[in-house]
Design a binder for this molecule. Structure first.
Ligand SMILES: NC(=O)c1ccc[n+]([C@@H]2O[C@H](COP(=O)([O-])OP(=O)(O)OC[C@H]3O[C@@H](n4cnc5c(N)ncnc54)[C@H](OP(=O)(O)O)[C@@H]3O)[C@@H](O)[C@H]2O)c1
Length: 387
């Protein structure tokens, strides 16, 4: 099998690449990588393997310099005759930013970039599978406090917390119209956070949000709402199991905790707090207090506001942040994560388990213990700027 894959310098794509490079049925892996030159692209791929000391097989892994935002990407890939023996395309790249609401880059990468890839892939002489990494979060804001099945999405009537999930939904719609149904495989991970193995996670995405919760301690969110989280190693294992499964009967699969391995913010925050003794207890309060926290950080919270009841936390924030206006940067970046965390969405994973036979994932509040020590390394302000 010859695979063309995008997003391998990212969190999930990096794990997929390493697992695929070890797979006996995989011959070549062409990786679309952004870079300044071919040498730079190769160096970036080698770094993916260096993180955990994995073997980089230069005969198997071939960098393809390119950017999904390039208008000529499709022509560029078509003219690269090396790629003609590709039988599987795995599209794991995306602009995953929650904050770029006014910036066209999210559409450019996630919608136009996908269009370029589809145009090229449809011309491949032996395309067998186009595997798209979508996201279960396309299910929208309306679906609260219940288990959601694959066939309920995409639904272009729902509203989205962030533009990123809208573009991922549009991507699925486009693929369904343009790739032959027998070739299309859509996998929809829920929230991917950390690694269940005891080593430095490839990315601090989502863990950043918990590091921020851990630092703030007074959290304006419903901490007990169900939350569907999986580790990156589980996500990669499940996707590869689906790719090679003989029993695959569906075109779309959730890769998720489902109700049996569900977690919530309160449980995860309690585990992380054990690594940070001596701070005020983590407390969950009404979401409406987020606005008051912002006003307090702006030094314009009206007298008599409810937030003043939490004077112990206000003192703690003054000590922790010094210049309290800095807290607003964290609150702005954390807000969409809190909104997701309170929706109570769980994603049914029966199809995945039945068709691959893999185990259910370990709940996040259990596996996250392995990452506890790394949370200290997270630069919460840097993460807020990148989110
Ligand atoms: N993380 C989650 O919780 C989660 C949950 C559900 C679904 N997903 C989906 O899983 C996939 C991977 O997510 P992730 O968390 O691994 O994301 P990530 O860590 O942000 O990685 C994104 C990858 O996409 C590449 N990329 C971004 N813009 C590009 C462009 N213009 N041209 C070429 N490559 C570009 C990045 O390359 P550079 O290194 O050059 O920036 C990187 O390799 C995405 O499709 C995402 O929607 C993620």
């Amino acid at each position: 099998m010859n695979i063309f894959i995008t997003g391998t310098t990212g969190f999930l794509g990096g794990e997929l690449l390493i697992e695929l490079s070890r797979h006996p049925k995989v011959d070549k892996i062409y990786c679309l990588v952004r870079g300044l030159s071919d040498e730079h692209a190769l160096l970036r791929l080698k770094q993916v393997f260096e993180l955990h000391g994995d073997f980089f097989n230069e005969k198997k892994i071939i960098p393809v310099l390119g950017n999904l935002s390039e208008n000529t990407l499709s022509e560029k890939l078509t003219s690269n005759v090396l790629l003609n023996d590709t039988d599987v395309v795995i599209h794991a790249a995306a602009n995953t930013s929650f904050s770029k609401v006014f910036d066209k880059i999210v559409e450019e990468v996630n919608i136009t970039g996908l269009e370029h890839l589809i145009r090229w892939a449809n011309k491949l002489p032996q395309l067998n599978t186009f595997l798209y990494v979508g996201t279960a979060s396309i299910s929208g804001k309306e679906n609260k406090n219940r288990v959601i099945r694959e066939e309920e999405s995409p639904n272009n009537k729902v509203h989205h917390v962030v533009k990123y999930t809208y573009t991922k939904m549009m991507g699925e719609i486009m693929l369904t119209n343009e790739i032959a149904p027998e070739k299309l495989l859509i996998v929809r991970p829920s929230i991917i956070m950390g690694d269940s193995r005891d080593w430095v996670p490839r990315s601090y995405v989502i863990l950043w949000a918990f590091a921020t919760v851990n630092l703030l301690r007074l959290i304006p969110a419903e901490g007990k709402s169900n939350l569907d989280i999986i580790s990156v190693d589980y996500a990669a294992k499940a996707i590869i199991a689906l790719l090679f499964s003989n029993r695959r009967r569906h075109r779309v699969y959730h890769i998720s905790s489902g109700s049996k391995s569900a977690t919530n913010v309160e449980k995860i925050a309690a585990v992380i707090a054990q690594f940070f003794p001596g701070l005020p207890p983590v407390k969950f309060v009404n979401f409406a207090l987020l606005k008051q926290m912002n006003l307090w950080a702006k030094k314009s919270l009206p007298k008599g506001s409810e937030l003043y009841h939490y004077d112990k936390y206000l003192e703690y924030w003054k000590e922790t942040f010094g210049d309290i206006s800095r807290m607003r940067i964290l609150l702005a970046a954390l807000a969409p994560y809190l909104e997701f965390a309170q929706m109570g969405q769980l994603f049914d994973n029966v199809k995945l388990i039945e068709d691959t036979g893999i185990d259910l994932p370990v709940p996040a509040h259990i596996y996250i213990k392995s990452s506890g020590n790394y949370i200290k390394n997270i630069d919460v302000f840097g993460g807020a700027a990148e989110s």
